[in-house]
Ligand binder design. Structure first.
Ligand SMILES: NC(=O)c1ccc[n+]([C@@H]2O[C@H](COP(=O)([O-])OP(=O)(O)OC[C@H]3O[C@@H](n4cnc5c(N)ncnc54)[C@H](OP(=O)(O)O)[C@@H]3O)[C@@H](O)[C@H]2O)c1
Length: 413
């Protein structure tokens, strides 16, 4: 990976003036090197740990491309990274973000398959939320001509994860049924669309009530996240379902397993429920760990059930399966070309609005994906105090300046 770590970083210590935000890219650094804007996470914790800073611009190494970033995906996982609520997090300060898209600006020596000017989308092992990103070609994919940058930023992580869980792990086929939590979110909407590509697949979605009117057509049955989904599913399908996709850290594993039909597959792929307040809560972490139900393998064998786990980022960055992911991406791009799938974009935010964007996902407000649009100017501030609120309100934020007591109105796509 390109060298662009904290050692090369020269933080300006202050948020970049929002009016000069666009011009701040690619300025000459005092040492002669170029600088760029990037979102920096100064330490794990609340929203006040995020700021936009100037940082040394990376240059591509052998086998890498340098991307002039247009848009980045903001995922639930980024919120968990900010809190330090993940296994073995890297040491801050760090630039968050695992996916972006843009235009190839230059290529490293021995880099094959990409040329200057190519429109691309890419996975990055951190460092995506910046004006310029360098990443190995193994994680870079050409964008279809008709795909917009916000769509591309919403595409990779959600659709690849959804596809691999449904088709590589669970072997989704005609006539099957799938239960998915957080059905209105980025992954949830990708799951719903991919299920619709297979005949007669029934999708049982669970989501907050206010999203139901917006997403009701994307799933077959929709349940409020606050009701007992077990009972409701059984009323409709007494035999249960073939596939359960669970991003709630296994607190319902026992229930979900009992919902599986014979030869059914349960996949654990997230831990959204461990997020309660604005900062990591050791209580909720411990509670969720305690609630994870023990699974008896003998029972699995007796009942003909499969239990699986899935982590796309580990598959890519720790387990070296980028070739497999590339093949999956090719299949997804075919489905996109056939207009069978389309990323659902919730809203676009400037880099300077990253706190508000994160608050929206924390507040369960998003339907589809949040995008950081690198070329967007921040919208005017509204007098309000929403950035500092959080569900559990666990930590008082340090005051950071006038802007922190105001909220921006997002541009809803
Ligand atoms: N393993 C992998 O490879 C992989 C890849 C991508 C994502 N993921 C995981 O998949 C899940 C969804 O990711 P995403 O990026 O698509 O996010 P998302 O679904 O867009 O995330 C936001 C939604 O999650 C739900 N949610 C559940 N618990 C929550 C909580 N404690 N606080 C706030 N919202 C909560 C809310 O929907 P409702 O209120 O409607 O329930 C919220 O709108 C996450 O757990 C993420 O870590 C895993």
């Amino acid at each position: 990976m390109a060298k662009e770590g904290a050692d090369m970083t020269e933080e300006t210590e202050c948020m970049i003036d929002k009016n000069s935000a666009k011009d701040a890219g690619s300025v000459e650094a005092p040492g002669g090197g170029k600088e760029m804007r990037a979102v920096m996470l100064a330490g794990f914790g609340g929203l006040n740990k995020l700021r936009v800073t100037k940082k040394a611009m990376p240059e591509p190494q052998d086998g890498e491309v340098k991307i002039r970033v247009k848009a980045c995906g903001l995922n639930f996982l980024d919120l968990m990274v900010r809190q330090g609520n993940i296994d073995n997090p890297p040491k801050p300060p760090l630039v968050p973000g695992f996916e972006c898209c843009g235009i190839v600006e230059s290529v490293g020596e021995k880099t094959k398959g990409f040329e200057i000017g190519d429109r691309v989308m890419a996975f990055v092992n951190y460092n995506a939320w910046a004006e310029v990103v360098c990443t190995p070609v193994d994680f870079v994919y050409k964008m279809p001509d008709e795909m917009t940058f916000p769509e591309a930023a919403a595409f990779s992580l959600n659709f690849v994860a959804a596809y691999m869980m449904l088709f590589e792990v669970a072997n989704l086929r005609e006539g099957m049924s799938v239960l998915v939590h957080s059905a209105g979110g980025g992954v949830g909407q990708a799951v719903a669309q991919l299920c619709a590509t297979v005949p007669k697949v029934a999708v049982f979605g669970i989501a907050s009530c206010f999203k139901h009117s917006a997403i009701k057509d994307s799933v077959t049955h929709l349940f409020d996240r606050n009701i007992d989904f077990m009972q409701e599913v059984k009323k409709i399908s007494p035999d249960g379902v073939d596939i359960v996709l669970d991003c709630l850290s296994g607190e319902n594993t026992g229930k979900c397993l009992s919902l599986l039909k014979p030869l059914g597959t349960y996949i654990l792929y997230g831990a959204s429920n461990t997020v309660t307040g604005e900062t990591k809560s050791f209580f909720s972490f411990a509670k969720s760990w305690w609630q994870v139900e023990k699974v008896n393998p003998v029972k699995l064998y007796e009942e003909n059930k499969v239990i699986a786990g899935f982590s796309l980022l580990n598959l890519l960055f720790k387990q070296g399966r980028c070739n497999l992911v590339k093949k999956v991406m090719d299949k997804l791009l075919c489905l996109y070309a056939q207009k069978k799938i389309r990323p659902v974009v919730d809203s676009l935010w400037a880099l300077e609005e990253v706190k508000e964007a994160m608050q929206r996902i924390h507040d369960r407000g998003n339907i589809g994906k949040l995008i950081l649009d690198v070329e967007k100017s921040p919208t005017p501030l509204m007098a309000s105090d929403s950035t500092e609120t959080s569900e559990a309100g666990e930590e008082e934020e340090e005051p950071e300046g006038d802007n922190d007591n105001k909220e921006r109105m997002p541009f809803i796509h």
